[in-house]
Ligand binder design. Structure first.
Ligand code: ZN
Length: 505
């Protein structure tokens, strides 16, 4: 077997293990009985140990060593084509990351993550930050230790963010957030002064959850979600997980007095799923078969949720169908009125329920606090206080409890520091990609009005999904749009859209 084939084979076997681990995670969040948590944690910890062993094994190391200098990352051969070169370089980056973490540390971290996440669930239920605090303190320390093992010279936070958004630096992200803040804060204030112009109370009427589910499935099918290669289930926190491009799982969350959340969650996760389904199956197992970054992944969900699902043309098609499902609740409600209700801007406590305009301020707050925790030794005990202060400063409201404040998100409990900014990056990527699709596809939005979404999906498949990890995120956006990632297109989009909805000059 050639060294390249050996690399592919080792990575393929590691991917089978990862798929098995992912199935366990999916089951844990959807169907697993409540009492099975401890046994499941052991199974997952054992599997992650195996995956780590596989991903740092001698067979992979030796094969890589034949083709690339393991220290410098310089190729030892000139016989590889462009694609193979990329594969070897990406495989080397992954290997170096995995191999720099001691096996003992990896399994200790997996164990603590599991315990800490359970502690978070309990703490949130009891609205008690104090019970979660020691778990989070240990987690912050372990993440600093992890950054130390992985460090390539930047700050600890840079190192951690690179795990989710390769190539992005704190400085770059910081620049984007500053620009967002400059225009978002006054725009939101202006909207607040005329907030009465949009009333969204119709969305809080009683909507049978089974009917909501049925409507969501219809929409998923319309946008191209193929139920031969995926399924949707229910979970407390909606998510998407792919075992293979031919097996992708999403979940949604349904509430009787809330029509908006389930609809948007279904579209959001559907967008993630379409990306997973569009990854090149022939590259499964190799880095070229994987998604580029979490920011790019989020751009796909945000596009279907916001640029498509919250647009007028989409509701021209979907609203009559929705009215047919809920004739009583939506009787006499015009499409324009419904569209405005779905797009109401309102400062709120909870990130996942935030509208497009305020959403990124929720992220900015987390981005700033994470840096304090990881780079500056900020005491974990003072998190609730700084959280509430920043909420008041950026969003204008103050949480009354920790459950609706610092305890609302799961991410920190399992050690995902540097993950949050990818949500905002996703919003920025999504609008730049979408603007380009609009330039490339004549009459794109007219097609939605007739329930046709295949041209957009084809465009995404060709330009983004099928690329796998053969390009970096910054190369991708440059190749597709000719531009660098920036905040302005997103801000322009928001200004235009919301000035129209709120009748502002
Ligand atoms: Zn998402």
């Amino acid at each position: 077997m050639s060294a390249l084939d050996q690399i592919r084979q080792e990575l393929l076997e590691a991917s089978y293990l990862k798929s098995a681990e992912a199935v366990l995670h999916w089951d844990q969040e959807t169907y697993m009985p409540e009492g099975s948590g401890a046994a499941r944690a052991d199974q997952i910890a054992f599997l992650s140990g195996l995956i780590h062993k596989k991903a740092t094994g001698d067979k992979l190391r030796d094969a890589l060593d034949e083709l690339i200098d393991l220290k410098s990352g310089e190729l030892r051969t000139i016989t590889l084509n462009e694609k193979e070169t990329r594969l070897v370089k990406e495989a080397w980056k992954d290997f170096r990351k995995e191999a720099s973490l001691p096996t003992e540390f990896v399994s200790e971290l997996a164990k603590h993550a599991s315990a800490s996440q359970q502690a978070w669930v309990q703490a949130r239920k009891e609205n008690s930050f104090e019970t979660f605090q020691p778990f989070l303190e240990k987690m912050v320390d372990m993440q600093k230790e992890k950054a130390g093992y992985l460090s390539l010279g930047g700050s600890a936070y840079d190192t951690l963010m690179d795990l989710f958004e390769p190539g992005m630096t704190t400085e770059q992200a910081d620049g984007l957030f500053k620009k967002l803040r400059q225009r978002l804060v006054p725009l939101i204030q202006e909207i607040q002064e005329v907030k009465h112009r949009v009333n969204n109370s119709i969305l809080g009427k009683n909507y049978d959850v089974e009917k909501q589910w049925g409507f969501g499935v219809t929409i998923l099918k319309s946008i191209g979600f193929d139920f031969n290669f995926g399924r949707q289930d229910k979970s407390t926190h909606p998510f998407t997980i792919g075992f293979h491009p031919t097996d992708v799982r999403t979940t949604t969350r349904l509430r009787e007095n809330d029509l908006k959340t389930a609809l948007l969650a279904t579209l959001h996760e559907g967008g993630h799923a379409l990306y997973n389904m569009g990854l090149p199956a022939e590259e499964f197992g190799s880095p070229l078969g994987e998604y580029i970054s979490l920011g790019v992944h989020e751009s796909q969900s945000r596009m279907w949720e916001n640029q498509v699902g919250l647009s007028r043309p989409f509701w021209k098609f979907a609203y009559p169908k929705l009215q047919a499902v809920f004739p009583e609740q939506l009787k006499g409600v015009e499409m324009e009125q419904f569209h405005a209700a779905m797009n109401k801007v309102r400062p709120s406590m909870i990130r996942v329920e935030a509208d497009e305009a305020t959403y990124n301020l929720h992220i900015m707050l987390r981005f700033e606090i994470e840096q304090l925790l990881i780079n500056e030794d900020f005491p974990v005990a003072e998190l609730p206080a700084i959280w509430n202060e920043k909420m008041e400063e950026y969003i204008g409201i103050r949480p009354k409890t920790d459950a609706e404040g610092v305890l609302q998100d799961v991410h920190w409990s399992f050690g995902a520091f540097g993950y949050f900014p990818t949500y905002t990056l996703g919003n920025l990527y999504s609008i730049q990609f979408y603007n380009q699709a609009n330039r490339d596809i004549p009459g794109l939005e007219d097609q939605y009005a007739h329930g046709k979404f295949s041209a957009l999906l084809e465009w995404l498949r060709t330009n983004i999904h099928s690329k796998g990890r053969s390009v970096t995120a910054s190369e991708l956006i440059k190749n597709v749009t000719g531009e660098e990632l920036s905040a302005e297109p997103f801000l322009d989009y928001l200004e235009e859209k919301y000035r129209k909805i709120y009748g502002l000059g």
